[in-house]
Design a protein around this ligand. Structure first.
Ligand SMILES: Cc1cc2nc3c(=O)[nH]c(=O)nc-3n(C[C@H](O)[C@H](O)[C@H](O)COP(=O)(O)O)c2cc1C
Length: 287
């Protein structure tokens, strides 16, 4: 029996559903599994665990900054076994590669890698009327995650692991997009450009509650004010019931990229898509 720490970040709930299913597979073999969502705060010390799991959604063809920060904070893993999974809406880019290599650089030993589709609530696409991978992960993917947990168990018991291939190179346009939302630009530029329409905002505080990095505080009237630790998840703007928040997601600079991504994903037979209308914090499927 091993003690496993499965750390993930999940804002929309898909990465956490996969985590629970992997944990079910591991627990079937009596392993003790502690789950931790990074949006609830820093993860526990990995030193007390025999095996580490890391689950990440894909943001901008890489892991979100909240996951990279966690990886950077890890101590030397001293040969500890680890497994990774990624959840993505259209194209996982380098997210899996980045996480796997980071854990290896920390001295861990890989014993598994897997990928799943998750409903893509990227606000830039929703605003244009597109929701990719709706209803994912589906039941078969949830079941596959449980099997993955059982495979991890077998490898912990000594079964040989033939290392999974690294994901292929990220398309050059996607690499450019990733560059445009690099950390420096987010800190120095985009995070300053969130704004609130005081006439519309009713100071409900939902944006502050949802922010995964606690980057939003209330001013004296309860209206939101943004600091620099933004990960560009756009949850604040997307969920605002009064549509009071604005951000760089609507900048015309980004519109050609949105159109390109939507066209490319729509042509990809592996990716499902539905048309939606998004307003007042809700996404409604229309076709
Ligand atoms: C800000 C943001 C950026 C995203 N970027 C990508 C991306 O580059 N590629 C992709 O395939 N999916 C992308 N997605 C989709 C997420 O990876 C997917 O929805 C995932 O299931 C979200 O996980 P969660 O529900 O656990 O938060 C993005 C989603 C958001 C919110």
């Amino acid at each position: 029996m091993s003690k496993c720490l499965l750390v993930y970040y999940s804002q929309g709930g898909t990465t956490s559903r996969i985590a629970e299913s992997i944990a079910k597979g591991l627990r079937a073999a009596e392993h003790v599994v502690d789950l931790h969502n990074l949006k609830d705060g820093p993860a526990p010390d990995p030193g007390a665990y025999d095996v580490l799991g890391l689950g990440t959604p894909v943001y901008y063809f890489r892991p979100p900054f909240i996951v990279t920060d966690h990886l950077n904070s890890l101590p030397d893993l001293l040969g500890k076994p680890f497994f990774v999974y990624v959840v993505y809406g259209t194209d996982c880019g380098d997210a899996g590669n980045i996480v796997r290599r980071a854990l290896e650089r920390k001295g861990g030993k890989e014993i598994g890698y897997s990928r799943y589709f998750g409903a893509d609530y990227f606000f830039g696409y929703l605003k244009r009327g597109y929701l990719f991978s709706p209803d994912h992960p589906k039941l078969d993917e949830i079941a596959r995650a449980e099997v993955y947990g059982r495979e991890i168990t077998a490898r912990l018991g000594g079964r040989e692991y033939r290392k999974a291939e690294y994901d292929g190179p990220t398309h050059r346009v996607y690499r450019l997009e990733r560059f445009l939302v690099n950390r420096l630009f987010v800190r120095q530029m985009y995070s300053r450009l969130f704004g609130v329409d005081h006439a519309k905002c009713n100071a409900c505080g939902l944006c502050m509650k949802l922010c995964p990095t606690r980057n939003i505080s209330g001013d004296k009237n309860g209206h939101p004010s943004w600091e620099r630790n933004c990960i560009l998840c756009f949850s604040c703007e997307m969920k605002c019931p009064k549509d009071a928040i604005s951000s760089p997601v609507t900048w015309s600079l980004f519109q050609p990229f949105m159109i390109y991504n939507i066209r490319r994903a729509s042509r990809d037979r592996r990716v499902e898509m539905v048309r939606v209308v998004h307003a007042h914090g809700h996404t409604r499927i229309v076709g």
